[in-house]
Write a protein that binds this ligand. Structure first.
Ligand code: TH1
Length: 839
């Protein structure tokens, strides 16, 4: 601190502040300072976690200037902001990503090294916030990264679940769920803002009254009120000053202690409402594309929506005298229907609280909202039993009825005497039990409706939203998903990043189309050899990890054939297994068969209540146990199930893959985003014409993509004629051999019951057409093996995949949302030092 003294004495000497300075020495000193003053430790007794925390605070300090300036700029009255409402944000670990986006990775690495530590180890210490299930939550996180990187004023609103997605252990080949205690050692990335808390009503009844001006109004007299407390996390963009906020709400009781009950001797009753209120945001529902109907889930949805809308209105009124221009300063995006109650809630706030007439309120509402649909699966379309909805949210149900009546009146005029149209468009499903259909509410209340890949957006118009499309064709659009190259390349694959940057510079990192320039090196043999060298090293890293985690030794020269994603029948992990057993049978039968050795790598969680998904995990691990230990195979096939697949593990796996399995039944996977991460990291895809696979294939070229399987219309065709899966079993000897081997207990130590439910499901129902696609898949896999034998050819294909992935940056997706849906402009953030500001 001598230099500090010097600067006070001599103002011409500039020194770097411990909280903002970016040179190695300052960072090193700042970490030690935080270790002492925040963690309360001397270096000698500090744990790795203490050092991680000290470093995290050091990095956070360096974000704050940008963050506070961004927040302040976004408040200005001519700045339009995006509010991204999502029940899930699967952001992944913050530390490494912030180092990339701050562009201080190297300095910090050096500073940490000089303290005798290893940066990667500290990065690996971070417990990832698992506040999402899969693709939908991860997409929200990629979009926040791109919003900030494109300098778009934005805020993400969601729920601060105390327990995120469960940790998955594998015991005896089965999934076991362990609660995720991500907050137990503290979270250095968030700042609580209790002063911005808001109140949320539940239950009770409504009451009509006449106000002082003689106007007829309604008020909601709730049964209980819950407090929402915001926790803010900065989301910094890549090499810009914009740091937007992720604002997550935690619930708490308004009064944590009931003295009346306590004094009556009811000690538990005294904390009843505290317990009840805090339960609300305890845990994330662990279903991807879920099976519905839980009241607590509806409470969660309304809770965060109500908090977020009140927060936006409060913010709006700081610089604006009314809400008349709310739609000009806010674009609210509904990430699927989970926050769709927002349509009714904004109407409630405008009409009941801010005393707007219905029509102008409706104009504001419809102009403000956009709705993104992420699935066509009928079981994932949210609907709430009317009885639950009305009991929990009585005023919202009244408003929904009013929205519905006015809407159906317009429908009646457009399609007179069309009862079936009316009942399919109605927000209320009256088929047998009555339900509130959230997708209908979202469609009616939004000015734009989009799917997440071209095919998906077309199918929306043809199928589940067909009647809405007939009514408002102008609302419908597509925004194909994308992923952030910062996390999914620069952070996770530094070797490939380095190689690419040597060749074409670093502009591709936020202008991903520039990867095109790699095409000019595809015929350069030494470049191809460097390309292979990188993949080889990354595969060696993963091989070490696999051995450490599951004790299986795999050959890094084998073809790494990877399927990582949630376990679901429509994603068809079991089709992959049918191929593995096919190869096993072939090799047993013909040990001289000339095929490249393969390592099959799986990862993914099953929803705890999803019987078939859990059996599929058991199938994978059981097949692995037999194959991995069969000496006849001479290690030519290995099957690995990596436990606890999450963002962190994804970062290890995508870069190491040779082959990406994207094998869902055509028409079922809305987009997929893992498919993009693989291809961006140089894996080739074997896939169906489903979701974004279609567009990936279009971009990389059909000759660089392994296509198989029925198309969406063919799937419909097969089903319309009464699909008979048994026919494929009867006529395909090799398939029969595979299914029979499972049935006879070969992979389950003679136990014939264990895996039979899977076989029976395929033989007698097969809703996802595995047997229909089996032969086509096997044939395509043979082409994969042939291609892999020619390493020069494979490298060419791999390079071209990467070179042509520019479209799939989330920067491109966000630009499309900005231009076509949100109508928002970037705002560059000027940094003002906080001491100048205060002066
Ligand atoms: C996923 C889709 O399955 C996937 O295809 C898509 O790439 C991703 O969203 C992002 O757009 C979905 N996840 C969920 C999760 C829930 C409900 C519906 C969907 S759709 C809880």
């Amino acid at each position: 601190h001598l230099s500090l003294m010097a600067s006070i004495l001599n103002p011409n000497v500039t020194i770097e502040d411990d909280r903002t300075g970016l040179d190695i020495e300052t960072i090193r000193r700042a970490v030690l300072d935080n270790l002492f003053y925040i963690q309360g430790k001397f270096p000698a007794i500090a744990t790795k976690h203490d050092f991680y925390m000290a470093l995290a605070y050091t990095v956070r300090d360096r974000l704050l200037q940008r963050w506070l300036n961004s927040v302040q700029t976004n408040l200005k009255k001519d700045v339009k902001s995006v509010a991204y409402l999502s029940a899930e944000f699967l952001v992944g670990p913050h530390l490494g990503n912030n180092l990339i986006n701050l562009d201080i990775y190297q300095q910090v690495e050096q500073a940490i090294k000089e303290s005798g530590l290893n940066l990667q180890e500290l990065i690996d210490t971070e417990e990832e916030p698992g506040l999402g299930n899969g693709g939908l939550g991860r997409l929200a996180a990629c979009y926040l990264d791109s919003l900030s990187s494109l300098e778009i004023p934005a805020i993400g609103y969601g729920i601060r679940y105390e327990f995120g997605i469960f940790d998955q252990h594998i015991q005896d080949g089965w999934q076991v769920e362990i609660t995720d205690k991500w907050l137990q050692y503290g979270n250095p990335w968030e700042i609580a803002r209790p002063e911005s808390s808001v109140m949320v009503n539940f239950g009770g009844r409504t009451e009509a009254y006449t106000d002082d001006h003689g106007a007829f109004r309604v008020r909601w007299i709730p049964e209980y009120v819950v407090k929402g407390i915001p926790y803010d996390t900065p989301i910094l963009g890549y090499k810009v000053n914009t740091a937007n906020t992720l604002r997550l709400w935690r619930s708490e009781a308004c009064e944590s202690f009931n003295f009346e009950r306590f004094n009556q001797g009811d000690y538990y009753g005294a904390v009843d409402s505290k317990v009840h209120s805090e339960n609300l945001c305890k845990v994330l529902y662990p279903n991807d594309e879920p099976i519905q109907g839980k009241e607590l889930r509806l409470q969660q949805q309304y809770f965060f929506v109500c908090c977020s809308l009140q927060d936006m209105i409060r913010t709006h009124l700081i610089e604006n005298s009314s809400l008349d221009n709310f739609d000009q300063l806010w674009a609210i995006q509904l990430n699927d229907t989970h926050p769709a109650v927002a349509v009714a809630e904004l109407m409630r706030l405008l009409v009941d609280v801010h005393h707007y007439e219905w029509e102008p309120a409706w104009q504001i509402t419809e102009n403000t909202f956009g709705y993104t649909n992420h699935t066509l699966l009928p079981e994932a379309l949210e609907k709430w039993p009317l009885s639950i909805f009305g009991r929990l949210l009585p005023r919202l149900l009244e408003i929904i009825y009013e929205i519905n009546n006015r809407f159906l009146e317009r429908v009646r005029i457009k399609f007179p005497d069309n009862g079936s149209k009316m009942s399919s468009l109605s927000i209320i499903d009256e088929s047998d039990d009555k339900y509130v259909r959230m997708a209908n509410l979202a469609c009616i209340g939004s000015h734009r409706i989009n799917g997440v890949a071209q095919l998906h957006s077309e199918l929306l118009k043809e199928t589940i939203l067909h009647d809405f499309y007939a009514l408002f064709p102008e609302k419908f659009t597509n925004v194909t998903n994308g992923v952030t190259p910062r996390r999914w390349m620069v952070l996770s694959n530094p070797r490939l990043t380095e190689l690419i940057t040597q060749k074409i510079g670093n502009r591709w990192i936020n202008h991903l189309d520039e990867l095109k320039q790699l095409e000019q090196f595809v015929d350069d043999a030494s470049f191809r050899s460097q390309w292979r060298q990188v993949k080889q090293e990354v595969k060696q890293d993963l091989a070490k990890y696999i051995e450490k985690k599951v004790g299986i030794v795999v050959n890094p020269a084998s073809l790494f054939d990877v399927q990582v994603k949630r376990i679901h029948e429509y994603k068809r992990q079991h089709l992959n297994v049918l191929h593995i057993i096919t190869l096993y049978n072939r090799l047993k039968h013909n040990p001289n068969l000339d095929i490249p050795p393969r390592t099959f790598i799986f990862g993914g969680k099953a929803a705890p209540g999803y019987f078939m998904a859990k059996r599929i995990i058991k199938l994978i691990t059981s097949v692995g146990d037999v194959i991995n230990n069969d000496p006849d195979l001479k290690d030519r096939l290995k099957v690995v199930f990596l436990p606890d697949y999450n963002v962190t593990l994804g970062q290890r796996v995508y870069p190491a893959a040779d082959l990406s399995e994207q094998i869902s039944t055509a028409g079922k996977e809305a987009s997929g985003t893992g498919n993009m991460k693989f291809s961006l990291n140089g894996a080739l895809t074997i896939g169906t014409l489903d979701g974004a696979n279609v567009e990936i294939r279009e971009e990389v070229g059909a000759e660089n993509f392994f296509l198989f399987g029925l198309t969406t219309p063919q799937v419909a065709e097969v089903k319309s004629h009464g699909y008979y899966p048994r026919g494929h079993y009867d006529s395909n000897e090799e398939l029969r051999g595979v299914l029979d081997l499972i049935s006879c207990g070969f992979f389950s130590r003679g136990n014939r019951e264990l895996l039979q439910p899977i076989v029976d499901n395929l033989l007698y129902d097969d809703p996802y057409l595995l047997l229909a696609d089996y032969q086509s898949y096997i044939n395509s896999q043979e082409e994969v093996s042939e291609a892999y034998k020619d390493q020069e050819r494979w490298s060419r294909m791999s390079i071209l995949n990467v070179a042509r992935m520019g479209k799939f940056s989330s920067d491109r997706s966000i630009q499309e949302y900005c231009d076509n849906i949100w109508k928002v402009q970037p705002v560059s953030i000027k940094l003002q030092a906080y001491n100048q500001e205060n002066a």
